[in-house]
Ligand binder design. Structure first.
Ligand code: PMP
Length: 293
């Protein structure tokens, strides 16, 4: 994957600079200890030809919440970062793109707090892939982190070592992706996406507590309200999902993508006949709606 070319522009601490020339301090506490926060955002080319960053405010507000959760100073203004994002998209001529803001710490080899932090925003082309290809899932041997060990509602870089281990394990074993339980063996989430499953026309999703309750998850809950689909948040087990008619992942990068199977269990209802499919279709339309303001 080529994330940038020599003339690609990114935003770095108030300036627009060439990706190949942007520099960061190799003594940064973020690099050594995974102590940074980030976002994953998508922009879409909308039906009127304009480019819209989907849920921009929600993502940059979460970036701030993530930084505060781990005591990283955060002196950035949401609107400034949104404007910078649109400028990065424009300068790189991007429509359907993935946007990656990162807030990181200065040089600091100790564990002490910092008095400042830095930000960059990168973007690269990424087509929507809301797919018909259903995922072959594996229950991971890794659990999601203990909420008493990490601020798991924060999108902090270090947490993603857990995601990488789980995803690599699943792919090494020939699956498309991993699904992780929490420390109590309750259904949790994927390495980078939230879970919904469906039984008899009702959707179920793990409640916040042991998951990163995503912005797409919140959007799916809104879509369910609009479509009159019943949805319950709770604590669920492997037994629940292995009796389900369908299941899907949702996340900014994954969008809404159905599951074919979990381990040996195959979701037998044709996905196109499920409520989950209706949600997928509604999400597909929502992301390409032009912004109204
Ligand atoms: N869980 C984890 C662990 C994630 O990394 C993500 C991606 N940010 C999600 C869920 C989905 O979140 P969102 O819908 O906000 O992208």
């Amino acid at each position: 994957m080529n994330y940038y070319k020599p003339d690609t522009i990114l935003y770095h601490n108030g300036e627009f600079v060439k990706a190949a020339e942007a520099k960061m301090d190799l003594y940064s506490q973020s690099l050594h200890y995974g102590y940074s926060v980030f976002e994953g955002i998508r922009s879409y080319k909308t039906t009127d030809g304009s480019t819209a960053v989907f849920k921009a405010v929600e993502h940059f507000e979460r970036l701030k919440i993530s930084a505060e959760a781990i005591n990283l100073p955060y002196a950035f203004d949401t609107q400034t970062l949104i404007d910078a994002t649109y400028e990065v998209l424009k300068q790189n001529n991007l429509g359907d793109a993935y946007i990656r803001p990162v807030v990181y710490a200065p040089a600091n080899m100790s564990f002490a707090r910092n008095t400042e932090s830095f930000v960059f925003i990168e973007a690269w082309e990424m087509a929507p892939f809301l797919g018909d290809k259903l995922l072959r899932m594996m229950t991971s041997s890794f659990q999601r982190p203990n909420p008493k060990a990490f601020k798991i509602h924060a999108k902090a870089a270090g947490h993603y070592v857990n995601s990488i281990l789980a995803s690599q394990e699943a792919k090494d074993k020939g699956y498309d992706e991993a699904f992780l339980l929490d420390m109590n063996d309750h259904l949790a989430e994927g390495p980078g996406a939230n879970l919904f499953f469906e039984k008899d026309g009702v959707l179920f999703t793990p409640q916040p507590g042991h998951i990163l309750a995503g912005i797409t998850r919140a959007t799916v809950l809104e879509i369910c309200t609009q479509l009159g689909i019943e949805v319950r948040e709770g604590t669920y087990t492997m037994q629940d999902i292995k009796a389900a008619d369908a299941a899907f992942f949702c996340g900014t990068a994954a969008e809404v993508i159905g599951w074919h199977s979990l381990d040996e269990y195959i979701f037998s209802k044709p996905f196109s006949e499920t409520k989950s499919f209706q949600v997928q279709q509604a999400y597909k339309q929502l992301v390409v709606k032009p912004l109204t303001n």
